[in-house]
Write a new protein. Structure first.
Length: 407
């Protein structure tokens, strides 16, 4: 009987993981925004600072919606949160396809589409760690790898569709795909029941030891470690969000064709995904200190190569720069998610994760929007220096954060 129950739990874990992968693959489309930038600017005559603001709104909406989803999941179940997100996403993509004015892009794509993605992201991530407490860092990394890979997969699909059927029809197709995938995924995603929880393997070793209490968001913000974490997140997320929203235009500024620039942008998404698995394993095996050090090394080396590639007008150097910056962007959310779970407990993990990620709101403004303004005035050379400065600051806060002990 016990063997039957254990087998049933293993199957259920696999089904939930598969559903989460399905959901987060499409959610990664958020990071393919740079694919749509040039077609929109060409048709409407918008400038880079205006289109960059779209991505800023995306990140703000995504972050706030993720927190809202965590609250709603406690009231209406994770399944219904995902179904609600599916309806919002379909409406957002269809309305975006009818865009005639800049404010419509901000509202329909920036607000609605990204809100749906944020809701799905939080539900999927907070659900999976409750099924895989024994492999929390690894599974967080795998899920976030799918999130990052989705940007490359659906970004490449979007790029091909734009060339063949135009950007308006592309948004319609993406909206339909999104709705179908989210609805399918919603039927399997759920938290373990009490009797299932008792049969699940438990964590043997956490990066901080065993958290003896479960912090609420109110408790969490009273701890110095949380604010160090928030500052570090802002710095590293600024680098990641900037390069994600400007990857294609940066490549084109060095003479890369639009078609090839999509491949360059795909490298950021690819290594974003790989970095999430790598840093998830690193966090589980070596703890937060080495994980944070590796993230910061990638950030410093990547921004340094980005500066060098721009001022030397060398497209080849741009490839390792994008790869390292993708790793940086991939390592940051894994480190953040694992940090919050290990430091502040499991019971309020979804809400704490959503609340902790609110620090990304500032990064969303500093990164894509301000870097768009810097580009207009000084070119991408100034943007690369801007990111290098943030990498150095991130290294300082990362070192401080790596010394934090469990409260």
């Amino acid at each position: 009987m016990k063997n039957t129950l254990n087998k049933s739990i293993s199957v259920r874990r696999g089904v939930v993981a598969g559903s989460d992968i399905l959901l987060l693959l499409f959610a990664g489309l958020l990071y393919a925004w740079s694919i749509f930038v040039k077609p929109l600017e060409d048709e409407f005559g918008w400038v880079r600072s205006q289109t960059s603001l779209t991505f800023t709104i995306c990140v703000i909406s995504n972050t706030l919606a993720a927190w809202l989803a965590a609250v709603l999941a406690k009231k209406i179940t994770p399944q219904w949160v995902v179904r609600l997100a599916a309806c919002i996403a379909l409406a957002g993509f269809l309305c975006t396809s009818r865009t005639q004015h800049l404010w419509q892009i901000y509202l329909f794509y920036g607000l609605l589409c990204s809100a749906a993605i944020g809701m799905t992201y939080n539900v999927a991530l907070s659900t999976i760690v409750k099924w895989f407490e024994d492999k929390a860092g690894l599974m967080t990394g795998v899920m976030l790898m799918c999130y990052g890979m989705g940007g490359m997969i659906f970004g490449s699909l979007a790029s091909c569709l734009i060339e063949r059927i135009g950007w308006r029809a592309t948004f319609v197709v993406l909206g339909i795909i999104c709705f179908v995938l989210m609805m399918l995924g919603s039927f399997q995603i759920r938290e373990p029941r009490l009797e299932e929880s008792q049969l699940l393997p438990k964590a043997v070793l956490l990066a901080y030891g065993t958290c003896e209490r479960n912090y609420t968001p109110r408790d969490m913000v009273r701890i110095k470690a949380f604010w160090l974490f928030a500052c570090w997140t802002i710095l590293v997320a600024t680098i990641g969000l900037t390069i994600s929203s400007h990857a294609s235009p940066v490549a084109q500024s060095l003479g890369v064709t639009a078609a090839s620039a999509a491949i360059y942008a795909g490298i950021v998404s690819l290594f974003n995904g790989l970095g999430r698995v790598f840093f998830g394993i690193t966090f589980d095996r070596f703890g937060q200190k080495k994980s944070l050090i590796f993230v910061n090394i990638c950030a410093f080396a990547g921004t340094g190569l980005l500066c060098l590639s721009y001022f030397a007008v060398n497209r080849i150097l741009l490839l390792p720069a994008f790869a390292l910056l993708g790793l940086t962007f991939g390592g940051a959310p894994v480190s953040s998610a694992s940090f919050i779970k290990s430091m502040f407990g499991n019971s309020n993990y979804g809400v704490n994760l959503g609340f902790g990620n609110l620090s990304v709101l500032l990064a969303a403004y500093i990164g894509p929007y301000i870097s768009g303004g810097l580009y207009l005035r000084f070119g991408y050379g100034a943007v690369s220096i801007f990111l290098l400065i943030f990498a150095v600051a991130g290294l300082v806060f990362g070192c401080a954060l790596s010394r934090v002990k469990l409260q």
